[in-house]
Design a protein around this ligand. Structure first.
Ligand SMILES: [Zn+2]
Length: 231
């Protein structure tokens, strides 16, 4: 986490030739799309000025798609890119943004509770490197700011679905209270189970942190937190 050295909420990772970044973006005139967000990132990270974003119409599902050029690449929640200069992009406002690098491919994943319950991370990992993903030390993932277990109260029906794929430690139950679900931990456990050797988590609850957007805190006025990964 390197937010303190930037004027915007930002966490940047450099693993040559890969860049991975999470950025909270204030809406300009009511909206800030992926191009605006990448432009804002380039103000802080000059390398971002020479790449173009590709993104999905996110559906809270588990479909993985591949983009070969900038702009919208279809309906899905895991976007895979193999071209250099093209940034796989994800946007969230409580859900977990996950960025993955493996060999000559990168992926940006929208992982809310529905995606984590239905296998969106498995779709992403299996789609990397043209489907020939092999687990190993060269595979790395970054989990961005998301709603934390402190603030993510859910129904038991939701808790059990995510728990089934992630392990019992992702849910905290106390008598008289609704379950609290730890989405970033669920993502981390699933990635480890899929063979991703190195996983970093930005330890930041967006609902507790006013500099990142949270749908549960901000409602319809919420902007979006972006994740970009490129090489
Ligand atoms: Zn919180």
């Amino acid at each position: 986490m390197a937010a303190a050295s930037y004027s915007r909420p930002l966490a940047v990772y450099r693993r040559p030739p890969v860049w991975a970044a999470f950025l909270g973006v204030v809406p300009q005139g009511g909206a800030a799309g992926p191009e605006d967000a990448l432009g804002a990132l380039a103000d802080e990270v000059p390398a971002a000025a020479s790449v173009a974003p590709a993104w999905l119409r996110q559906r809270h599902g588990a479909d993985a798609l591949r983009a070969t050029g900038p702009g919208p690449a279809g309906d899905g929640d895991a976007l895979i890119v193999s071209e250099s200069g093209l940034a796989a992009t994800v946007f969230v406002a409580d859900c977990v943004p996950v960025l993955i690098a493996a060999g000559d491919s990168v992926a940006a994943v929208h992982a809310g509770w529905r995606g984590l319950a239905s296998g969106v991370l498995a779709s992403a990992v299996h789609g990397l490197n043209g489907g020939s993903f092999s687990a190993g030390a060269s595979v790395e993932a970054w989990i961005g700011p998301a709603i934390g277990p402190c603030c993510y109260e859910v129904g038991e029906d939701v808790a059990v679905q995510v728990e089934a794929r992630s392990g019992p430690e992702v849910v905290t139950r106390r008598s008289g209270r609704k379950p609290h679900l730890d989405l970033p931990l669920a993502a981390s456990r699933q990635l480890a189970g899929l063979g991703v050797a190195r996983v970093s988590t930005v330890d930041r609850c967006v609902r507790c942190s006013p500099d990142w957007w949270s749908y549960r805190r901000d409602g319809a006025r919420a902007g979006r937190n972006y994740g970009f990964i490129w090489r």
